[in-house]
Write a protein that binds this ligand. Structure first.
Ligand SMILES: [Zn+2]
Length: 319
């Protein structure tokens, strides 16, 4: 589409493309197609260093807060003089994962594991607790997590010993860990865990760090999640440990990351609300929905269909 005349916006200056340039491009293409195979072979660049499947790291600037990572899942544990407070076994589909986590804790301390706290009831985060139970830990979760787990009887997931409805403080060896239920969000059983001294929160799945939400959107409570994130933003903390390593490089989250997810959800919700009320749910929205502001974020292409379907369910169906 070469134009001869007329004003052309700056970013469409294709009419300046000369015949000489086009001829040059054609010549380069022919050359590329006729290079002998041997000449085209280049030494393969070294592969990026592989992350180990399992890794335990102390959180910078803390005396006793650790992150245990198994593949793409991670959990926080805190070592105190009187024992260990652990969270999420993260061993779904990994029969030895729970024991490996316990072994990693034993490399850091010989203190007993006193507590295992579930972030919410999803198996990818909490399967594998038997090794903790065998080590003497008391398993704690939100009341609805216990109800759900009792109903489902997953063979790999330990039923909680104790439950929390709204808030509870776990105090052990001079460390306090607050457990807060802030309403419906990614699940109906999420506990926000806060270390007031370290100003760290551990929040799983509801607020991805540096990436577009994906599969986790299947059964999210979209409107309630916006309120949940506002409550999280109002709490006193500086760093967030997510249940999946933050992007890039496994970084921790900030309040800006939480605000970004809130903004993304508000934008997606407003857009699909409009389309839903024009009768475009589901097919047209699933084909056409885009979030151009986030197109360069990790997880964008994979996340879009989940976001489109969930908001179509909300605004096009009432669910
Ligand atoms: Zn989840």
């Amino acid at each position: 589409m070469l134009r001869e005349t007329g004003a052309v916006p700056e970013n469409q200056g294709v009419n300046t493309m000369s015949r000489v340039y086009l001829a040059g491009m054609a010549a380069a293409l022919i050359t590329a197609l006729t290079i002998p195979a041997a000449q085209a072979q280049q030494p393969t660049p070294p592969a990026p260093p592989q992350r180990p499947q399992i890794e335990t790291k102390k959180v910078d600037g803390t005396d006793n807060v650790y992150i245990f990572r198994n593949g793409n899942h991670q959990a926080m544990f805190i070592v105190t003089n009187d024992g260990v407070i652990a969270t999420d076994p993260v061993a779904y589909g990994r029969p030895t994962g729970g024991q490996q986590y316990v072994d990693e804790i034993k490399k850091v301390t010989d203190k007993p594991i006193k507590y295992l706290i579930y972030s919410h009831h999803h198996f990818d985060h909490i399967a594998g607790g038997k090794a903790f139970k065998d080590a003497g830990a008391t398993v704690i979760a939100h009341t609805r997590a216990k109800e759900r787990l009792t109903q489902l009887k997953d063979p790999h997931t330990v039923i909680p010993d104790e439950t929390v409805d709204k808030t509870r403080n776990i105090t052990l060896g001079g460390t306090t860990l607050e457990l807060h239920y802030l309403g419906l969000n990614h699940s109906d059983s999420t506990l926000v865990m806060r270390l007031p001294k370290e100003k760290i929160v551990f929040i799983v799945d509801t607020i991805p760090v540096g990436s577009v939400p994906g599969r986790g959107f299947i059964d999210i409570y979209p409107l309630e999640t916006e309120e949940f994130i506002k409550q999280v933003l109002a709490m006193d903390w500086e760093r967030m440990i997510p249940g999946h390593p933050g992007q890039p490089d496994g970084r921790l989250g900030t309040k800006q990351d939480a605000q970004n997810i809130l903004t993304l959800m508000q934008e997606a919700s407003a857009e699909i609300k409009k389309q839903a009320q024009e009768g475009k749910c589901w097919d047209a929205v699933e084909k056409e929905f885009k979030l151009p502001n986030y197109a360069n974020w990790p997880g964008y292409e994979n996340g879009l269909p989940f976001i489109a379907r969930r908001y179509c369910a909300l605004w096009g169906r009432g669910t």
